[in-house]
Design a protein around this ligand. Sequence first.
Ligand code: ADP
Ligand code: MG
Length: 618
Amino acid sequence: MAKIGINIATGSIQQQEMIVGIDLGTTNSLVAVIHPDTKKPVVLKEFDGNSLVPSVIHFGEAGTVSVGEEAKKYLIIEPQNTIFSVKRLMGKSYNDVRNTSSFFTYKVIDDNTESLVKVQAGEKFYSPVELSSLILKELKTRAEHILKTPVHKAVITVPAYFNDSQRQATRDAGKLAGLDVLRIVNEPTAASLAYGFGLNKDEIKTIAVYDLGGGTFDISVLRIAGGIFEVLSTNGDTYLGGDDFDSAIVKNWISQIGVSEKELSENKNLSQELRLLAEEAKIYLSSNDLFTANVTDKQVQLSITQFENLIKPFVDKTINCCKNALSDANLTVDNIDEIVMVGGSTRVPLVKKMVSEVFQKKVNDFLNPDEIVALGAAIQADILAGNNKDLLLLDITPLSLGIETMGGLMDVLMARNSKIPSKASRQYTTQKDGQGSMRIAVYQGERDLVKDNRKLAEFNLTGIPGMPAGLPKVEITFLINADGILQVKAKELRSGVEQTIEVKPQYGLTDEEVEQMLLASITHAKEDIKIRALVEAQTEAKILLDTTAQFLQKNRSFLTSTELAETEMAMEELNSLLPAGTKDSIHAGIEKLNEISRPYAERLMDEAVNKAMKGKVI
Ligand code: ADP
Ligand code: MG
């Protein structure tokens, strides 16, 4: 990757800059690069052989800041000033995390529920972006120390389920750490690259990537063909991982030693000590049958059977996600060629066994599961550096994206699971004569009414020149870049007036919310279709009433008094149906009004044609 170049003008030697791959994990973070000689990805290791940097930050009394192994030592003795799992807070509001706030042993500020969370340590407040940037700075410094060259450019990975604001927050953290973030890459995509899948152009494969880390779970189905990576579907849970195994063990133990949940929540030191011991037990049980230890003056123990019973519900949950990911991709287990295991928690034998069972196949687990993502990020960095031009990466959107149309309906421009980068456009027009502006509201979700979906942005396209209703052509374009960040453009094609916004939502959706939104779209499908049909009928009726009124205004004198009376009665009838009428009764009203107006509308049309003919010189 590091190429040597000679500047012809000066004769001096220039080294092309290294682009590093960074796995910014919930639990552990690490850096990898492509080795300049072997051209193979390698993780950067300190002289002690350690590649993992715990994603933990400690703020000392005297204003000192430490990151990694050093900071982890303070988890027990100074929990209030020692920040872990900051990735769970990226792009989140307090509302998003309030249900899990007991998980954090440090202070997550809740003064304003709608705005982004802050963390308090000592007298100071820190945003998750600032905290992540401290971890990234540490990784950058280490990389520079090991590589003995400045590092300015990086590829950073995120879980596939990260939404726009979480990706943006990660990018911002990189910037704050002095890194030019060339690309945000999905972790499962990086992982499959690390296994070398897709590096051979002739290979066609469908791969399931199962990533169970400390804090997040992701399952992705990828298809690789002709050197192109495509994510067919993703599923997962940003609140599921090895941390949950630890918590389950702690819960079990506090009943063993006779401590209540309340006592534990008041005794942060004991709670942290138990957490660390639980992790030790879990790792020990990967290759042993019984773990015992002393806490305060009492003994705790855990057998492999107890452990497996405790974690089975969590593993079951991941298996369900796997099934959903398969059905989203319209595939069955027979279609999956490879299963890639990622994340430290996949070392648990029960996890391997259950994943292997559901896919009816042996899993790929020969690479170190906590290094894979960083290795893949380094390969991606190499592709971006132009050293592997044949590869292209495609990801997908987790929820549908669209805009609000008349009657509060959701008009989808980009369906859920669309490939990204991607572009979609559609034309709309005005409802009123001389309408000079148009409100464009962007939503994310699967429901038919926008009120049930999530609003991402709203803006006005102004300066549309006065034209009769229906004449302006407003083209709305959605553009999702390779990082999954959405840009919305509105352009009136006749006049060229246009406006563009980048959608950076104030705070993100949790994984649960995405799941809930998908679930709601299924459970409400029937009533949604009903409501949509009703709103469409109402909209049609409103438009018909408007145009009929306009017609009458212009052509009143050409109508017989019976025609006029009948029309006005039908209009009144239809108007009265608008608020409470059913879809069918409104349709009947529309039909009736059309029946009445058709004869004279045709008559007037004929007259107009005749007039035009008469005036024509032949
Ligand atoms: P993340 O991607 O969330 O940063 P990692 O992939 O580094 O996480 O995985 C960290 C998790 O893996 C932790 O919960 C840790 O306890 C767990 N872990 C590491 N080694 C083992 C092991 N041998 N057995 C079980 N769990 C393990
Ligand atoms: Mg990970």
